[in-house]
Design a protein around this ligand. Structure first.
Ligand code: COA
Length: 177
């Protein structure tokens, strides 16, 4: 049996978050950042939390969107989207700023279905960035972007602040800006 088992019957919801969800997102972000601390040097604050300073912006700025992910009614992750100038394309586009599926729901095809739902929600040009050192996410985006785009999308490698990133650029839907 493969490590990944698709769960097409699971009900996946992408719920727009608002200020009332701030502590839920803050809690999930702690788990997300903790995952990153495995391959990227991050220090805990004195309060035992990593923190995520941009969270209030995702609940207030008109060019930022945050979503809670639920699977069969249970909290299972989040996605943050930003409208901003891209890296591969210098013009305004959709950026998958943060994306997280909690461990208990991983490798079941949930992340892919959530990514598809996010991309379909915002038609136009997209970029997705991933640290080269984040091997799991690299494999995930390679597959998710290729399946969504109907063929492989070669990422562009960039270096910023001594770190290497892969950037996938692709279109969602029939809307051309
Ligand atoms: C990356 C992440 C979103 C994947 O979510 P997921 O629900 O487990 O992914 P899926 O089950 O939909 O996987 C889809 C495909 O991605 C690839 N993939 C997923 N996890 C992978 C892993 N650990 N290693 C290699 N490839 C992987 C597989 O090719 C899989 O295809 P398959 O189903 O045909 O095998 C999840 O592991 C996560 O939240 N990680 C921590 C946060 C993070 O790194 N976010 C991305 C920031 S850029």
């Amino acid at each position: 049996m493969s490590a990944t088992s698709e769960e097409p019957s699971a009900k996946i919801e992408l719920l727009p978050a608002s200020r009332e969800h701030v502590s839920i997102l803050a809690n999930l972000l702690e788990r997300y950042v903790h995952d990153f601390s495995e391959f990227f040097r991050l220090e805990l604050g004195a309060d035992g939390r990593f923190g995520y300073q941009h969270l209030p912006l995702y609940l207030s700025e008109p060019n930022r969107y945050s979503f809670l992910v639920k699977v069969d009614g249970k909290l299972a992750g989040f996605a943050f989207v930003k409208r901003a100038p891209g890296i591969v394309h210098a013009r305004e586009l959709w950026d998958m700023a943060e994306f997280f599926i909690v461990r208990a729901y991983r490798k079941r095809g949930i992340g892919r279905r959530v990514a598809d739902a996010v991309w379909e929600r915002f038609p136009g040009l997209w970029e997705v960035r991933v640290m080269e050192s984040n091997r799991a996410a690299r494999g995930f985006w390679m597959k998710a972007v290729a399946d969504f785009s109907g063929g492989p999308v070669e990422p562009v490698t960039i270096e910023k602040d001594g770190m290497r990133w892969l950037v996938f650029a692709f279109e969602s839907g029939a809307v051309f800006e």
